[in-house]
Each structure stands twice: as structure tokens, then as C-alpha cells.
Design a protein. Structure first.
Length: 306
């Protein structure tokens, strides 16, 4: 399970977003920067604001004069705190609650486009005194939101460092932030298997388990043993909802060499509600709890129809 650090090496492109050339239903887009460079990638729930500078993280693809030409395929993007008046106004309108076009321009007029963001974050009371519209806590709320946005930028970079080169989709970064906020990277690093319990896109067991191991975690940790028990049932190919106890134990042993007492992992998985257990004809069988419940509901409906 060796991992090549070079595969995670990311490239960066900074540029002012100009316009969106194409976007599909999945929010994958082709955009153009003011420099003429092309960027492509999935936006998720965010939008690129014309006139605002961004830092795109990903890799260059293609060559000039070949196919669609040279494009930068980003996995995520960060807003660069703007300094031009246009950029500052658009940034404030998009990020800071309670700040519209007129208020954003007033901030620039009073404190200068190069300093107004810093002043608002550092001293919202001063801003509120100067701009009545931002009184009654509005300036403080705008400042808190701008500061939180900075922390989200750091979280996105940390998540990209975790996911890059390991086959995870770029959209997973925003999905994790939506689930766990600014603590998303710490959450995933502490317990990569949270990606499975959260049913995140592109997070199959083998991919998440590889991340778990490459982060230097103990291979026979009880958490991993429980996840392996669940995976052994979930990925069974016999076509039956219920799997024999011994088959699940063998599945755990295949995933974890010299696994200590795999039966404990099964018991914990049952106790936690991941797996259901039934005794049939003197044999113990296990099933994924969700599937077992579905089977029971179907059986009840069939009884009614009989």
C-alpha cells in the first residue's frame, strides 16, 4: 500500500475571474480568467464572482494547439482577498451579510479599498459608527463572517492535501465543509472512516481504508475492525441479505492480517446498529441493518397481500 507523495503535488493558478463559458447540471464549468487562461472544475455550492481574484488548486492539462488547448483543472478554489475597488465591492456583497453595493462602496470611500476589509474585521465598532446601516450588530456579524471565510480557506487546503492523488472527487472538499464546517480536515484526519458513515460521494471502503492506513493509523484498531465487519457483509456477492457468521469473520481476516479476535468487532457492529443478527436453523447470520429492515418491511407487505 505504498503511496507516492509526488502524486499529491498540486499546482496553483492565480487569476481574476472574468466569465463563465459553460456549466452543466452537475455544476461542472468552464471559466475564463482576465488573463485568457481557461479553468475547469466542479463548483459545488459556490460561485465564481466576476472581477474577484481566485487561487485555483489542481493541475494543468493539455497543450496549446491540441484538442481543447491548455486548461487548468481545479479540485478546489480559494478567494484571494481583493484590493481593487471592483473586487472588494463584489467580495463584500458576496461574503458579508448586510453589505450591499452602496454599503460596500461607502466602506471603500471611508477606509480605502486596500484597508476596508482589514478595518471591518479588526474594528467593526468603528465601522458601525461611520456607517449607520451597519449598526445594531450588523458590522460585527459581517466581521465574523469574513474571518470565518478565511478559516474555510485554510480548511480547503488541508482537505486537498488529504485527498489529492488518492482518487477522491474534488467536490468532496465542499461536501465535507458542509458537513463539519471549519473543523472538517481535523475530523477526517482523526477518523477517515467518518467519510463512510457520512455516505460522502466517491468514498468507498477501499479508498477510505487506504487513506486511513497512509495516515499512519494502527491496522488492527477496533474502529477499523468494526468497519471491516460491516464491509464484509455489505460487499458479499452471494446475492443474499443474510451472511453466515463464519463468512463475515473470514472477510475481516482477509482485510486485516492476524486480526485479533474479529468476533469482538462483529459484536460491536451489531451493538452499534451497523449490523443485524439472526439465528436460523442453528446458524448465526448477519446482515446490514438497513437491508434487514427493508426485507422485514417487504415480508410484512406480502403477508397483507396473501
Amino acid at each position: 500500500m505504498a503511496f507516492n507523495p509526488q502524486s499529491t503535488k498540486r499546482q496553483e493558478l492565480n487569476g481574476i475571474f472574468q466569465f463563465q463559458r459553460f456549466i452543466n447540471d452537475g455544476r461542472w464549468m468552464i471559466g475564463v480568467l482576465e488573463s485568457g487562461e481557461i479553468v475547469t472544475g466542479t463548483l459545488g455550492d459556490r460561485d465564481l464572482i466576476p472581477g474577484v481574484e481566485y487561487r485555483f488548486l489542481g493541475k494543468w492539462d493539455g497543450k496549446e494547439g491540441e484538442g481543447y488547448g491548455r486548461q487548468f483543472k481545479f479540485e478546489t478554489f480559494l478567494q484571494v482577498e481583493p484590493h481593487s475597488r471592483r473586487g472588494v465591492v463584489e467580495y463584500l456583497k458576496k461574503i458579508a451579510p448586510g453589505v450591499g453595493d452602496i454599503t460596500a462602496h461607502k466602506l471603500c470611500d471611508l477606509f480605502g479599498e486596500n484597508e476596508c476589509l482589514a478595518v471591518l474585521k479588526r474594528d467593526p465598532k468603528r465601522v458601525a459608527q461611520a456607517i449607520p446601516h451597519l449598526r445594531n450588530g450588523k458590522a460585527e456579524l459581517a466581521a465574523e463572517t469574513l474571518i470565518k471565510e478565511e478559516k474555510f480557506q485554510e480548511t480547503r487546503i488541508d482537505l486537498l492535501d488529504l485527498f489529492a492523488g488518492r482518487g477522491f472527487p474534488g467536490a468532496l472538499i465542499d461536501e465535507c465543509i458542509g458537513q463539519w464546517g471549519i473543523h472538517a480536515a481535523k475530523r477526517v484526519k482523526k477518523d477517515p472512516f467518518c467519510l463512510l458513515t457520512g455516505e460522502m460521494a466517491g468514498c468507498g471502503f477501499l479508498r477510505v481504508d487506504r487513506l486511513y492506513m497512509e495516515l499512519g493509523n494502527e491496522p488492527d484498531r477496533i474502529t477499523r475492525r468494526v468497519i471491516c465487519a460491516w464491509h464484509s457483509v455489505r460487499e458479499d456477492r452471494t446475492g443474499s441479505v443474510w451472511i453466515k457468521w463464519d463468512s463475515v469473520i473470514d472477510g475481516i481476516k482477509k482485510l486485516i492480517t492476524n486480526c485479533p479476535r474479529p468476533e469482538i468487532a462483529v459484536e460491536i457492529a451489531v451493538g452499534a446498529g451497523w449490523l443485524a443478527r439472526e439465528c436460523m436453523d442453528g446458524e448465526v447470520y448477519l446482515a446490514e441493518t438497513v437491508q434487514a429492515e427493508h426485507e422485514e418491511k417487504i415480508a410484512e407487505r406480502l403477508k397483507v397481500l396473501a
